[in-house]
Design a protein around this ligand. Structure first.
Ligand code: HPA
Length: 399
């Protein structure tokens, strides 16, 4: 997987003040991908050191004395883009230095030269986003990096719990000891109710090999209790894997990366919010609930390993019956690719808790196919188990 990386994050002394800004997490990532160093300011022919510049909300880039250097910054961005993208090379991801007037993504200095940060993108970051590149900062990479204090949580669905067998266990936690998990819950076929703390290929993880569902009569808060548990354990990344139906015309049976969701369950854990714990407010924005950085890594891993994986929107339904033909037709019109009976409420909770979410799905049947049964879903999951495992391990390796 090719990744553009600001040269200063890799230790090259090319910043305006003549320094580098190395990031251990970024350098580690560079060791695992095909990293391409980039410095649009040097591509513009600007000297090192040079006077500090800031990008204003109107797009102009100014020095502290008011000199307008927009043209040089735009030229550098175009040259850098030409070099790396227009040669037909696929570059899905860029890790750029935060706050910079060219590389800054999401947050830049406001042009007043007072150290004030505002939402916005640097000149180069804007250009890359227009080209469809996922642009993140070193902070995004650092915040997704697992450690013993911050293991990756993996919540597995129907037929996918075998991933637990890969874990080198350190500790096991009975779900019934988890705060908010219903005492009477028993696993349905293909699930197990013991979380496993340990490592997969050396990466610290907590695997939840099964879950409970709204269709079993549990509340959204109970369904999301595993997510709250993971967050309290210190997990910042959470991977949800679920079996779903593929909406004919929008997706095929097989593996999928979830890009967004439509919650059709009629439930929401934030509507059951007790107002006292974990989250500041129930009025949570849901843009990028599925973390773009993690989605892009998953896409890159799948492409590198030659695993067929589609991408699409998940609709969460209450279940337990499968969809009627009219419901399938409605989902197709809504732009839904996958329909499932889990995940959406858990993702709401994870996002409200500020966690980084990756949603993977195994579309085990065509939604609305009259021959679908719990057994056929398990059988299809089994057929795709090896690819699913390679995909998850590939993502864990890159984190
Ligand atoms: N619909 C909803 N949930 C599912 C399906 C489906 O077709 N297949 C597996 N889980």
């Amino acid at each position: 997987m090719r990744v553009l990386v600001s040269s200063c994050l890799r230790g090259v002394a090319c910043r305006y003040d003549g320094s580098a800004k190395p990031s251990d997490a970024v350098r580690e990532l560079c060791g695992k991908v095909d990293a391409l160093g980039v410095c649009p300011e040097r591509d513009a022919g600007l000297p090192v050191p040079r006077p500090p510049a800031e990008r204003r909300a109107d797009g102009r880039v100014l020095l502290a004395d008011g000199t307008d250097v927009t043209e040089a910054f735009e030229r550098g961005a175009r040259v850098a883009l030409e070099r790396h993208l227009r040669r037909g090379m696929k570059v899905p991801l860029a890790v750029l230095k935060a706050k910079s007037p060219s590389c800054g993504s999401g947050l830049v200095y406001d042009g007043s030269h007072t150290g004030t940060l505002v939402r916005g993108d640097g000149v180069f970051a804007r250009l890359l986003k227009k080209e469809g590149v996922c642009v993140v900062s070193e902070r995004d990479v650092e915040l997704c990096k697992p450690s013993v204090e911050h293991p990756v949580a993996l919540v597995m669905g129907t037929g996918l719990g075998h991933l637990a067998q890969l874990v080198k266990p350190v500790r096991r936690i009975d779900y019934h000891d988890i705060d908010g998990f219903p005492e009477d819950a028993v696993p349905v076929q293909g699930h197990s109710f013991e979380a496993i703390v340990g490592t997969v290929d050396g990466v610290p993880v907590v695997v939840y090999p099964g879950r409970i569902h709204l269709y079993q009569g549990y509340s959204a808060t109970e369904v999301a209790s595993l997510v709250r548990h993971a967050e309290r354990l210190g997990c910042r990344d959470i991977v949800f894997a679920s079996a779903t139906g593929a909406v004919p015309g929008n997706a095929q049976v097989g593996l999928g990366i979830i890009t967004d969701q439509v919650n059709l369950t009629g439930k929401n854990p934030l509507a059951e919010w007790d107002g006292t714990r974990d989250i500041q407010t129930p009025f949570v924005g849901m843009t990028d609930a599925y973390t773009p950085y993690l989605r892009t890594l998953a896409r890159g891993v799948a492409d590198d390993l030659g695993i067929t994986v589609e991408e699409g929107v998940l609709a969460g339904v209450l279940g337990p019956c499968f969809e009627t033909p009219a419901e399938v037709a409605a989902m197709r019109l809504m732009g839904v690719s996958y329909v499932g009976m889990s995940t959406v409420n858990e993702v709401i909770m994870a996002h409200a808790l500020g966690m980084n979410v990756l949603g993977l799905t195994l579309a085990a049947n065509q939604s609305g196919d009259p021959d679908t049964s719990h057994e056929s879903v398990l059988a299809t999951a089994e057929r795709h188990a090896a690819d699913f495992e390679r995909l998850v391990r590939g993502v864990l390796r890159l984190l």
